[in-house]
Design a protein around this ligand. Sequence first.
Ligand SMILES: Nc1ncnc2c1ncn2[C@@H]1O[C@H](COP(=O)(O)OP(=O)(O)OP(=O)(O)O)[C@@H](O)[C@H]1O
Ligand SMILES: [Mg+2]
Length: 169
Amino acid sequence: MAVKYTAEQRAAIEKQNADILVSAAAGSGKTAVLTERILSRLAAGTANIDDFLCLTFTEAAAAEMREKIYNSIAEYTESNPDDTFMHEQLKRLRKSNISTIDSFIGSVVKQNCHLIDADPNYRIITEGEVLRLQFDTLDELFKAKYAEKNKAFFFADRTVLSAHRRQAA
Ligand SMILES: Nc1ncnc2c1ncn2[C@@H]1O[C@H](COP(=O)(O)OP(=O)(O)OP(=O)(O)O)[C@@H](O)[C@H]1O
Ligand SMILES: [Mg+2]
């Protein structure tokens, strides 16, 4: 059943050629408004779904937004079965940029690895790996400094190292 949007929601859906910031309470219809805003642009034929960049904070929110956009385009095509442009949008949804901020930034870095001389097969390390890396680096540094009998390190507080060891365990 079609939602009857409030006047404020309508304004956020229809406003064009301006930056818009929508701040509203949880569950008040932000995603619904954004979905409707995208649908109205698609229905007008002025943009393809993969022209949009939709970023969220969590994977769950990205999946929810993708699903809502899919459902809204699918519902539209059911009422307008001859609209080939909108059928095309359903196919394009697969390659659209609806994701978390980190996943989008990651894809930009991967596509431009050659510009920053980075390995395109890089991955983000896990929290456990971060701790291990910190511990190993500190361990190596202390060992090297003890070996060269560096006084500053010889008397360094060992609790730093043992705290790290506890965290990494
Ligand atoms: N004007 C309206 N009339 C009736 N239902 C509405 C209206 N606006 C939104 N809704 C419904 O309210 C529910 C919550 O909307 P939505 O998920 O878009 O909110 P949200 O602000 O994005 O929530 P969250 O803060 O959890 O992300 C949805 O089922 C949506 O269809
Ligand atoms: Mg939402």
